[in-house]
Structure formats: C-alpha cells, structure tokens
Design a protein around this ligand. Structure first.
Ligand code: FES
Length: 154
C-alpha cells in the first residue's frame, strides 16, 4: 500500500482552519477516516497546519487507541474477549475468524481488506458472544455464521 501524497494530505487539511490547536484531534480523525490510518508522512504537514509540535502530535496518536500509524484494513473486525462473551464461546468465534482471514490478533490481511483487533467488551454483553465489523454489531454468534458474515463484506 502506497502512503498518500502530500497533495492528498493537503486536500484533507484544507477543510480545517489553520493554526487551531483545538482542531488537532478532528484533523487526525479525518486523516484516519480518509486513509485508514494516520501516515507518519502526514505529521509534518499536520504540524505546520495546526502549529502543534510533531512530538506533541505523536503523543496524541499514541495516547488514543483509536489512532493507528500503520495501514489497516477497510474493515476492522473486533471480536469481544470479555467475560460474558468468553463464557459463551468467544474463543471459538475468534479461532474461526483467525482461520477464515488467516491472520492473528492485531494483523491485517495482505489485501488490506480486514484488520483483526480483539476488544475487552463491546458493551453488548446480553448478546454474547459478539463481534463488531466496521460499524455493524453481530450478536449471539456461532462459528458457523462467521463465513457468511465475513463474505458479505464487500
Ligand atoms: S463481554 Fe462481550 S460484549 Fe461485553
């Protein structure tokens, strides 16, 4: 995957008023939404645009789990590994997802379609075991439903 060009990054930044430190997080969110991650190549341009030091931007990126500085998949697959899901078979769901996508937790498929990230609790314990793919919740899952759900992601 090629990192974005300066022009592509500037196109995102132009929608944000310059020299506004309080716009740093919305800018980082937008950059991540557009490119799927916050490319390290974008930090100088973001620093110039916001007047925030690169080191401080890097601190923000590492503090918030929502940000990634490495390319991620189009779909983030988040199986729950919390207690309620665990007792209802989350381990089997995770195994099925790993074997279907042929990746481990934290990895991205070579075509950048899927990234697998387990989470501590998705806040939908009554529906255990649960998985979120993109913005869609799937509950009361069984391993044999995983194939169809993942195949439905275009
Ligand atoms: S433990 Fe899985 S959703 Fe809460």
């Amino acid at each position: 995957m090629q990192p974005p060009t300066d022009k592509q990054i500037k196109d995102v930044l132009k929608d944000f008023e310059p020299k506004k430190e309080n716009l740093l997080i919305p800018i980082l969110q937008k950059v991540q939404e557009v490119f799927g991650y916050v490319p390290p190549e974008s930090l100088n341009l973001i620093s110039k645009h916001t007047n925030v030091a690169r080191s401080k931007i890097y601190g923000v990126l590492t503090f918030y789990a929502q940000f990634s500085t490495t390319p991620r998949g189009k779909y983030i697959v988040r199986p729950c590994r919390g207690t309620a899901c665990h007792v209802r078979g989350a381990k089997n769901i995770l195994s099925k997802i790993k074997s279907k996508l042929k990746i481990e937790d934290g990895e991205t498929t070579p075509d950048y379609k899927f990234t697998l990230e387990t989470v501590a609790c998705l806040g939908a314990c009554a529906l255990a075991p649960t998985v979120v793919i993109g913005k869609d919740y799937y509950g009361k899952l069984t391993p044999d439903r995983i194939d169809a759900i993942i195949d439905s992601c275009k």
